[in-house]
Design a protein around this ligand. Structure first.
Ligand SMILES: C[S@@+](CC[C@H](N)C(=O)[O-])C[C@H]1O[C@@H](n2cnc3c(N)ncnc32)[C@H](O)[C@@H]1O
Length: 325
């Protein structure tokens, strides 16, 4: 095992947030290389249960190769590992006859093994085919999407998923490139990265950026290819539905767009956004599913050990016992 490849982020904080009950039933919806799942499993007794899903077949294969034994030799909790995605959570739990969960974890985004393998096409640092699918057997690749999307759609995606100020100029450059190279266009991640950098160099006029200027476009295209916003919404909804009263929803995000979505969802779902009646002071609705959410960031020590933790935000909230009051 290469621990450096998949150092779990905010591990202790996540375990503390979930407050793992040895007899409880937990869902890790983003198994990856099992950093969090294995730690949750280690805290479960033989009565406990862990369900882990990932849409990436390589992640699931890796999970199936693990022994899932406890270090102390005591009987381990049952583990069910499924290749599945957020929008299918309710169906998976149904199939496994899991009535309700004590905790759900989403550690969003791509895993280090996905990012580091040029063949997966996520990275602008290593040249590879422009794929970017977390599940290479589902949907269309980044290249296919980039070859067929209209300039308007390219612009909208780069703007909304990447917060790219020069979305239109990049979309236009993609269009020009397609016209010039036809079905030979955009064969690799390196080619796309260079095309984006060229546009942004022109716009930057000497101003330097800390990040590679292709970062935002790659994020935007990856989110589009994997339908990440819709998946996240479906996942949060499934968590609300499937948690027991007192159960915990925990979400780790790595960029502001994702974090904002989680923050807004939890604010809504805990009533923090509730309007009160100006006369009586009574909140407009009272059936908020969650208690007040909490936020945790990585401390300096963790950031030093694992630079990926720098941008990580954990948000969690407990499902209310009394949503009617
Ligand atoms: C940041 S990694 C998780 C790392 C993991 N917590 C660990 O410690 O090894 C995110 C994982 O979630 C998976 N993933 C992302 N979106 C998903 C979705 N909508 N449904 C299922 N899995 C998803 C990715 O394939 C990736 O393996």
């Amino acid at each position: 095992m290469h621990h450096a490849l998949h150092q779990p982020v905010l591990l202790e904080a996540t375990i503390a947030a979930l407050g793992v009950d040895p007899c409880g039933c937990y869902l890790d919806a983003t198994f990856g290389r099992g950093g969090h799942a294995v730690a949750i499993h280690a805290r479960l007794g033989s009565e406990g249960r862990l369900i882990a899903i990932d849409r990436d077949p390589q992640a699931v294969a890796y999970g199936r190769s693990l022994a899932w034994q406890r270090d102390d030799g005591r009987p381990a909790a049952r583990v069910d590992l499924m290749q599945s995605r957020f929008a299918q959570i309710a169906a998976v739990l149904n199939r496994l006859e899991v009535p309700a969960l004590d905790g759900v974890l989403f550690d969003l985004g791509v895993s280090s093994p996905q990012l580091d393998d040029p063949a997966r096409g996520f990275s602008f640092r290593h040249d590879g085919p422009l794929d970017m699918r977390m599940n290479p057997n589902e949907g269309i690749s980044a290249r296919q999407w980039l070859l067929q999307a209209e300039v308007e759609e390219l612009t909208a995606v780069l703007r909304s998923n990447g917060e790219e100020r020069h979305a239109r100029a990049i979309a236009q450059a993609i269009q020009d490139h397609r016209e010039r190279f036809g079905d030979q266009a955009l064969r690799s991640t390196g080619e796309l990265a260079e095309l984006v950098r060229k546009v942004l160099r022109r716009k930057a006029r000497g101003r330097d950026e800390a990040k590679d200027p292709a970062t935002r476009s790659f994020q935007a295209i990856r989110m589009q290819v994997n339908q990440e916003s819709a998946e996240l919404d479906a996942g949060l909804e499934a968590a609300r539905e499937c948690l027991k009263p007192g159960g915990v929803l925990a979400v780790i995000s790595f960029h502001s767009l994702e974090d904002r979505r989680v923050k807004h969802y939890l604010a809504q779902a805990s009533g923090a956004r509730a309007k009160t009646d100006p006369v009586t002071g009574v909140p407009e609705r009272r059936d908020w599913p969650f208690e007040a959410p909490q936020r945790v960031l990585a401390d300096a020590l963790e950031v030093e050990r694992n630079p990926r933790a720098r941008s990580a935000v954990l948000r969690y909230a407990r499902k209310r016992h009394d949503p009617g009051r």
